[in-house]
Design a protein around this ligand. Structure first.
Ligand SMILES: *[C@@H]1O[C@H](CO)[C@@H](O)[C@H](O)[C@H]1NC(C)=O
Ligand SMILES: *[C@@H]1O[C@H](CO)[C@@H](O)[C@H](O)[C@H]1NC(C)=O
Ligand SMILES: *[C@@H]1O[C@H](CO)[C@@H](O)[C@H](O)[C@H]1NC(C)=O
Length: 188
């Protein structure tokens, strides 16, 4: 056989027996210079622990000897599926939801602070199916506070930014809160 033919045959065989399972892969390129966009969003997050159908439930709590009178003493972990609504009214239109957790993280009850680990997704409008992630402390008792946005999905892929939060309604007995969110997101 001619050398060229042997080579061609060897190539064919190697293609035919090429394994299809995964292989470590790595590639680094300089990204094309895409223009960063800024999106501002305004909505109300309704965090309701009371009633028949709460959107926030305590899933773990430290066995404290001194419970105090806080509804969420230090060490309480809350799972949330909170609706995002267009307004503070509990019947106003739902445009998304916040799913995740928050932890009551301050030993000093007079400085009640939560650390929020949540993904805020939209279910309508041009951001339907997209979401962004908050991983931040949130000093709930301060009138004006800010939390960090650390990432996103869909239209908010690679997002970073912040949300300014104000309490529109807060009931210290039940822990129910309606929160005014003004979000600024930098994304592509
Ligand atoms: C919770 O703490 C109390 C008081 O220290 C103790 O008697 C009780 O056994 C603890 N419960 C659990 C589940 O650890
Ligand atoms: C949002 O996206 C979902 C999934 O693609 C779709 O089923 C739904 O109809 C959309 N809702 C609106 C209001 O566009
Ligand atoms: C807080 O909720 C409790 C229980 O539903 C209610 O009795 C009380 O009036 C509420 N307080 C405020 C300030 O809304």
């Amino acid at each position: 056989m001619e050398a060229g033919m042997i080579f061609a045959l060897a190539m064919l065989i190697s293609i035919a027996i090429a394994p299809v399972y995964g292989k470590y892969y790595s590639q680094t390129v300089t990204p094309s210079s895409k223009v960063e966009k800024v999106t501002r969003l305004h909505f109300f997050l309704h965090d309701i622990l009371s009633g028949e159908n709460p959107s926030a439930v305590i899933v773990a709590r430290a066995n404290l000897t001194k419970k105090g009178d806080s509804v969420l003493p230090f060490g309480s972990l809350v799972a949330i599926d909170d609706p995002l609504r267009v307004g503070p009214d509990p019947t106003s239109e739902i445009i998304g939801n916040a799913q995740g957790l928050y932890l009551s993280a301050s030993q000093d009850a007079s400085k009640f602070t939560i650390v929020l680990y949540a993904d805020l997704a939209f279910t309508s409008g041009k951001f339907n199916g997209s979401s962004f992630s908050i991983f931040s402390r949130n000093p709930v008792l301060e009138a004006d506070r800010e939390v960090a946005v650390v990432g996103g999905r869909g239209k908010f892929r690679m997002a970073r930014g912040y949300a300014k939060i104000k309490s529109s309604h807060f009931n210290a007995t039940t822990g129910d809160a309606i929160l005014d969110y003004k979000v600024t997101l930098y994304h592509y």
